[in-house]
Design a protein around this ligand. Structure first.
Ligand code: EPZ
Length: 421
């Protein structure tokens, strides 16, 4: 399996262009199933997760044309007549479950392998199913599959989400676009990716209002048409490079960002002692190496709180900030898989329930480390960049799920990296 060799180097500096958001392109690719006309999606990052979603759409009978150098994909679901997705594909990516809402809405039936848990938690889907059931779907779970029937079509309903689940909000929103009547989703997720999906759905003829607030209203329509759409920038990729600048005492400008989407990370980086400023084309983060980092407490929350997808990366930063920092993970129940590996690099971290207590001090040491999941992997790459000596990271494939051209982008900023297949 591939190994990434990370040699501690200079502070990272330069300009990097942020790609389209993984967590936006996946639901929007699934939403293309809602129409038989062509949808053209721009700023599609070349990620292994997007490749899995592409494979699933083709398995269902859709035709796709992905121009990776142009970062554009065309999807036509005219012939997407299949309504069951294969286990070996779905099990590779939990977000595959996002095809359920579109299939149910367009075909009146879906049979999807129950997504298992993953490294960061059980990842249940009962809120998705609660929404589909409220809209009139009959649901049967058997032999590891969930089958959903709505042969008479879905009917608009009022749905309250016990937790503002991103995926459940997206799945229900997509299903409701073709339902009879109005669907109201209360206590829904308000992430920027929800707004991006809503904008795409409205561009193909849906009637979705309120995305970005805690209540979304969808008035069902008879059918939807094709359109073009550009994916919003990836706020987690941008946040990862922001941390890299603060961590290495460097100076990085990120282009193609949305300032508002990065407010929680920006606020915490400034608290930690970095300088963050808006530029003409994006955002610049710097910290002069002589200026010590300050301790910071982090608590992950649904948007607009501090993003759980940035928790691991920020923890790496706090391992070298002199003093005690506390990181509390409230969104997922097992998202501290990076702690053990950071400790092997010399970090002083104790886990107490949902919190990690970090006694920060300079002096991470290079080591052989293993990525357990996407964001833990990103945290370990950052740690290798700040450590003394050389680190060997195995499991780099996890990072290719969510970071496009990460090695070349980091090399372009001065990192000394070697990817060994
Ligand atoms: C999305 O996952 C993102 N993935 C995740 O990004 C992100 O961490 C997460 O939202 C939170 O922001 C994609 O968009 C593809 P949730 P999702 O449903 O939709 C519980 C990354 O690293 N829950 O908001 O699965 C669940 O167990 C990935 O890019 C239920 O209890 O997240 C979790 O504790 C990781 N029942 C919490 O809600 C349900 O029916 C948040 O889950 C659904 C969710």
């Amino acid at each position: 399996m591939d190994k990434l060799i990370i040699r501690a180097g200079q502070p990272l500096s330069g300009v990097v262009k942020v790609d389209g958001a993984k967590n936006s392109v996946l639901p929007i690719m699934a939403a293309a199933l809602l129409t038989h006309e062509v949808c053209t999606i721009h700023d599609v990052p070349d990620l292994s997760d997007a490749a899995v979603m592409d494979e699933i759409l083709c398995c269902l009978g859709a035709s796709t044309a992905w121009n990776k150098s142009e970062r554009t994909i065309e999807i036509c679901a005219r012939n997407a007549n299949k309504t069951d997705a294969p286990y070996e594909l779905v099990s590779r990516m939990r977000a595959s479950f996002l095809i359920t809402g579109p299939l149910l809405a367009r075909r009146g039936y879906a049979s999807i392998p129950l997504p298992g848990g993953c490294a960061i938690g059980a990842r249940p889907i009962e809120l998705h199913l609660k929404g589909f059931a409220a809209m009139g779907a009959q649901i049967v779970k058997e032999h590891g599959f969930v089958s959903l029937h709505a042969q008479q079509g879905l009917v608009g309903a009022k749905i309250y989400l016990d937790f503002p689940s991103v995926g459940a909000t997206e799945n229900i929103m997509m299903a409701a676009t073709l339902a009879g009547g109005q669907t109201i989703i209360e206590n829904c997720a308000v992430e920027p990716e929800i707004v991006d999906l809503s904008n795409f759905l409205n561009s193909i003829g849906a009637d979705v209002r309120g995305a970005g607030t805690d209540t979304i209203r969808i008035n069902g329509v008879r059918e939807l048409h094709g359109a073009g759409h550009t994916i919003i920038p990836d706020r987690v990729e941008a946040g990862t490079f922001m941390v890299a600048a603060a961590l290495t005492g460097g100076d990085i400008t990120m282009e193609n960002i949305v300032w508002d989407h990065l407010k929680p990370v920006t606020a915490k980086l400034i608290e930690a002692g970095a300088v963050v400023e808006q530029t003409e084309h994006g955002l610049r983060v710097r910290r002069n190496a002589g200026q010590p980092l300050r301790t910071v407490d982090i608590k992950t929350l649904p948007y607009p709180g501090f993003p759980t997808d940035m928790q691991a990366q920020f923890m790496t930063l706090l391992t070298i900030a002199e003093g005690t920092s506390i990181v509390t993970e409230t969104v997922f129940e097992n998202r501290f898989m990076h702690v053990g590996e950071l400790k092997r690099m010399g970090a002083d971290i104790k886990i107490e329930g949902r919190s990690a207590i970090i006694e920060g001090s300079p002096g991470l040491m290079g080591a052989s480390i293993r990525a357990s999941d996407l964001r833990a992997g990103a945290a370990l790459v950052l740690a290798g960049l700040a450590a003394e000596g050389t680190s060997e990271l195995s499991g780099f494939y996890h990072l290719e799920r969510g970071y496009c051209d990460l090695v070349s982008k980091l090399r372009g900023l001065g990192a000394d990296l070697e990817l060994r297949p």
